[in-house]
Design a protein around this ligand. Structure first.
Ligand SMILES: *[C@@H]1O[C@H](CO)[C@@H](O)[C@H](O)[C@H]1NC(C)=O
Ligand SMILES: *[C@@H]1O[C@H](CO)[C@@H](O)[C@H](O)[C@H]1NC(C)=O
Ligand SMILES: *[C@@H]1O[C@H](CO)[C@@H](O)[C@H](O)[C@H]1NC(C)=O
Length: 373
């Protein structure tokens, strides 16, 4: 908990150097009482209510998560645990409280919910949450386990792929039964259909949730960005392994008390793997990326071998990939093109943070609308 406070203080120092509006707000509230029961911020388009929600999981995870094995080929232990999940429910201003569909946005490794809801001054138009609000669509965006303002267990091995997937599904169920809205706004609002939208590890997590839950999945559909079905998980892991390093060595002040399974990016340069050619993104973006990077559990990513096509899941699944995504190499373009549905030119791995996001946002909303009809 002390480390958590430290990280909040360090974020405050970042704010002095760079006006990162939303982080400042979240920090002010979370710093005051550590756990903000609930609070709200309203922009031109969105009214976002945020705070922590208790999410129970009851899943089987690997006893030895370090071997990257298939879960069905290794010894498992039952994990019954409650995680505090930091989330924001963003509803269009003046949206009537009637039941409506909602999208759940899950970020990637070493990012936080800010990936989907950029509030850096001058960069707010990169917020998919804001864009969605402006089109009348409600979002729930949260920090993954072992990341951001959500629980950081004493051992990062409590954050494995089945755990993260169970949290995603549980959050979707809690949106449907009205308890997320009740916890964050004080008013019950039932959501009719829930679409999961992931980025990178968030996509892998939602994909695994659909494998794990099958026909019982609470999701009506999935949009998986920056995640290729054809990715050779061995080579994908190899590519990413050099991208991350123990967080405690990256920033001892913020993360010194976290075990070595908590990882982060060692430098601004190391983040460039997530971007396309220099003409495809604003030159300030990598700096903002590095200053707001966070930690994640290495074990979630280490279980990529378990990613298969969800066979009994009934909703539509669409994959969106950037043509310049360096983490998916050496997958060759023709193979990708043949197997994946949507390839976006001139964007790299962090699709939302490229100029090309302006074309992808309407596409994702169209897919959302189609899945919730
Ligand atoms: C384990 O899972 C993999 C991938 O889903 C599958 O190919 C394999 O048949 C499974 N093995 C067992 C013993 O169920
Ligand atoms: C996956 O990539 C690794 C490393 O590049 C390679 O050794 C392996 O043969 C590849 N596997 C498949 C099935 O393509
Ligand atoms: C945000 O605005 C900038 C400047 O007009 C533009 O270059 C960029 O493509 C926009 N991004 C999105 C996601 O709309």
């Amino acid at each position: 908990m002390d480390g958590h406070l430290n990280s909040l203080r360090t974020l405050c120092q970042c704010i002095r150097m760079l006006p990162i509006f939303f982080v400042c707000l979240a920090t002010a509230v979370a710093g005051a009482s550590l756990v903000a029961p609930r609070a709200a911020v309203t922009t031109n388009t969105c009214s976002c209510s945020f705070g922590q929600i208790g999410v129970d999981v009851d899943v089987n995870i690997a006893v030895d998560s370090s071997n990257g094995k298939l879960l069905n080929s290794t010894t498992l232990r039952r994990q019954k645990q409650t995680f505090q999940i930091f989330g924001q429910l963003c509803q269009p201003v003046d949206s009537p409280l009637k039941p409506a569909p909602v999208q759940v946005l899950v970020h990637g490794q070493t990012y936080t919910s800010q990936y989907w809801n950029v509030q850096w001054n001058g960069f707010q138009n990169y917020s998919y949450v804001d864009f969605s609000c402006s089109q009348g669509i409600i979002s729930f965006v949260y920090d993954n386990i072992c990341a951001g303002l959500s629980s950081h267990p004493a051992t990062s091995k409590d954050c494995q792929l089945p755990t993260a997937a169970a949290v995603a599904s549980s959050v979707a169920r809690k949106l449907k039964d009205g308890s997320v809205a009740r916890a964050l706004t004080g008013t019950t609002r039932l959501f009719t259909k829930v679409v999961g939208i992931g980025h990178s590890l968030g996509s892998l997590t939602l994909n695994f949730a659909a494998v794990q839950d099958g026909i019982l999945s609470p999701f009506a559909g999935l949009i998986l960005t920056s995640n290729a079905h054809v990715a050779n998980s061995t080579s994908l892991l190899a590519g990413l392994a050099t991208t991350f390093t123990p967080a405690a060595s990256v920033n001892p002040t913020r993360w010194g008390n976290l075990d070595s399974g908590y990882i982060s990016g060692p430098s601004e340069e190391s983040r460039l793997i997530f971007y396309g050619t220099p003409d495809t993104f604003n030159p300030s973006i990598p700096q903002l990326d590095f200053m707001t990077e966070d930690v994640g559990s290495i074990w979630i990513g280490d279980q990529l071998a378990n990613i298969n096509t969800p066979v009994t899941f009934r909703g539509p699944i669409t994959t969106i990939i950037g043509a310049l995504d360096a983490t998916l190499r050496p997958c060759d373009q023709p193979t990708l093109q043949a197997r994946e549905k949507v390839i976006i030119p001139k964007v790299g791995h962090d699709i939302d943070l490229h100029f090309g996001a302006a074309n992808v946002f309407p596409m994702m909303l169209d897919l959302f609308n189609a899945a919730t009809k």
